[in-house]
Write a protein that binds this ligand. Structure first.
Ligand code: ADP
Length: 396
C-alpha cells in the first residue's frame, strides 16, 4: 500500500528514534525516543501532537526496542493498522562505496550494510539490528537511506586522501562524508524558498548540530564536504576534534601513553568545544560568554575560526558563491555563531543583517542584507521528512 505515512527509524547503538510522518504534507503523526538500550534502566518517550508519554522500563536490545515502539502505538496511537504505513525508512550512516541511492532492503542488502561495519563500527551494526527487528514486525517495504549517499559523487580529487593508493583501495579508505540527507534536503529547501532552481545555485551549507559538517554544493551536486572516512574529520564539533594533525594520534599514544581506544575516545568524545571549555551545549556556552567567561569565549573562537576556514575554501572550490546556509541545532539557533562566522566579509560579497540574524523563528529565512551579493539563510533541516520522502519515492 502506498500513499500512507512512513515510519522513519534512526537506530543508534544505545538509542532509537522514530517518527511517523506523511511525506506529502510533512505531518508528523507521532514521534518517539527509546533510550538506554541494553542498560539496566531504559526510557521510552512517545509523542503525539503536543502530548508526550514517558515510561521507565529496561529495553534489553533492538528487538525489545521495536516491540516497545509497537506497544506505544497500540497504547497511545495512532493505530498503525488503521493508518496503513506505506514503508519503513531506515537511516543508515555508512553506505560505503557502493550505495549512492536509497534501496529497498532485502536479505542481500542487509548483508552488504553489515559488511560495511568496519567503516562505521558504532553505527552500522546498530542500524542492522534496528532493521532486522523492524522487518520482523512490519510487513511493508523497508528502505535504507544512507547518510553518505549525497556525497557519493564527490570529484576524485576531493574524495582521495594522499596516501598509498593500493592501501586506500584495499581498505576502501576515502572521503565519504556524512549528514548527506540533511545537506541535500537543505539545498533543495533553500532553492525553493528563493524561487531559484537548485541547478542555478552555488552554496556552502553548514550543518551545525552536535556533530557538524560543511558542504559545497554546485548546481545541486556536492563537490566537497568536511567529514571524511568517518564523521571525525572537518569542523570543530560538540565533542569531536574535527581536523587535527594526523600525527596527534601517534603522539597521544607514544608520549601521553594513551591506548589506541583511549585516543579514539578522547578525539571523539572529549574534544571539540567540550574539550576546550567543558561544555558542548551552545546555549550554555553562550550564557558563559555573556557572563564574560574567557574559556567559553576561546572555545567559540576556535569553533568559528574553523567555520571561516571552510567557508573560504569552499567559496573558492565553487568559483562563484550565491548562498550560505546554516542548519541544525546550532546553525538554526545561534545568531552569535552565524554572526561571527560571517563577520567582516563584505569585501567578499557577504553582509549579514543584524536584526534579521537576531530574529528567532522555526521557519526558513534570509538573514543577509538585501544588498548582499551572497545570500545568507537559516534553513531548518528535517532528516526524518527527507528519509520518508525518499522511501515513498522508492516504493511509490
Ligand atoms: P544532533 O542531531 O547532532 O544531536 P542537533 O542538530 O539537535 O544535534 O543540535 C544540538 C545542539 O544544538 C545542542 O547541543 C546545542 O548546542 C545546540 N542548540 C540547540 N538549541 C540552541 C539554542 N537555542 N541556542 C544555541 N544553541 C542551541
Amino acid at each position: 500500500m502506498t500513499g500512507g505515512p512512513v515510519l522513519v527509524i534512526n537506530s543508534g547503538s544505545s538509542s532509537l528514534k522514530y517518527q511517523l510522518v506523511t511525506p506529502d504534507s510533512a505531518d508528523v503523526l507521532a514521534s518517539g525516543l527509546i533510550e538506554q538500550i541494553g542498560e539496566p534502566s531504559g526510557r521510552i518517550t512517545h509523542t503525539t501532537g503536543s502530548h508526550s508519554e514517558t515510561e521507565e522500563s529496561p529495553v534489553v536490545d533492538h528487538g525489545a526496542a521495536l516491540s516497545a515502539l509497537r506497544e506505544q502505538f497500540d497504547r497511545h496511537g495512532p493505530d498503525l493498522d488503521e493508518v496503513g504505513i506505506a514503508a519503513v525508512g531506515h537511516r543508515v550512516v555508512h553506505g560505503g562505496p557502493d550505495f549512492s541511492d536509497p534501496v529497498i532492503i532485502d536479505d542481500a542488502v542487509l548483508t552488504e550494510i553489515e559488511a560495511l561495519s568496519p567503516l562505521a563500527p558504532l553505527h552500522n551494526p546498530a542500524a542492522v539490528a534496528g532493521i532486522r527487528a523492524a522487518r520482523a514486525r512490519f510487513a511493508v517495504p523497508h528502505v535504507a537511506v544512507f547518510d553518505t549517499a549525497f556525497f557519493a559523487g564527490l570529484p576524485e580529487a576531493a574524495k582521495t586522501y594522499a596516501i598509498d593508493r593500493e592501501l586506500a583501495a584495499e581498505h576502501k579508505i576515502r572521503k565519504y562524508g556524512f549528514h548527506g540527507t540533511s545537506h541535500e534536503y537543505v539545498s533543495h529547501q533553500a532553492a525553493t524558498e528563493l524561487g531559484v532552481p537548485v541547478e542555478d545555485l552555488n552554496m556552502v551549507i553548514f550543518h551545525l548540530g552536535n556533530g557538524a559538517s560543511a558542504s559545497a554544493v554546485q548546481g545541486g551536486r556536492a563537490i566537497e564536504t568536511s567529514m571524511g572516512l568517518t564523521p571525525l574529520q572537518g569542523l570543530v564539533m560538540g565533542t569531536r576534534s574535527g581536523d587535527i594533525d594526523p600525527s596527534i594520534y601517534m603522539f597521544l599514544h607514544d608520549v601521553a601513553r594513551l591506548s589506541v581506544t583511549e585516543v579514539d575516545t578522547v578525539l571523539n568524545k572529549q574534544s571539540g568545544v567540550k574539550g576546550l571549555c567543558g561544555d558542548n551545549d551552545f546555549r550554555v556556552i553562550e550564557q558563559r560568554i555573556d557572563r564574560g567567561d574567557p574559556g567559553a569565549r576561546a572555545a567559540l573562537a576556535v569553533y568559528v575560526h574553523r567555520l571561516r576556514h571552510y567557508l573560504g575554501a569552499y567559496a573558492f572550490a565553487l568559483g562563484r558563491l550565491d548562498l550560505v546556509v546554516f542548519t541544525a541545532g546550532v546553525g538554526e539557533n545561534s545568531s552569535l555563531v552565524r554572526a561571527e562566522a560571517t563577520r567582516g566579509l563584505a569585501h567578499f560579497g557577504l553582509e549579514l543583517d543584524e536584526d534579521r540574524n537576531a530574529s528567532r523563528s522555526k521557519d526558513s529565512r534570509i538573514i543577509s542584507t538585501d544588498a548582499s551579493p551572497v545570500t545568507v539563510m537559516v534553513v531548518p533541516t528535517n532528516e526524518e521528512l527527507a528519509i520518508a520522502r525518499k522511501a515513498q519515492n522508492l516504493v511509490g
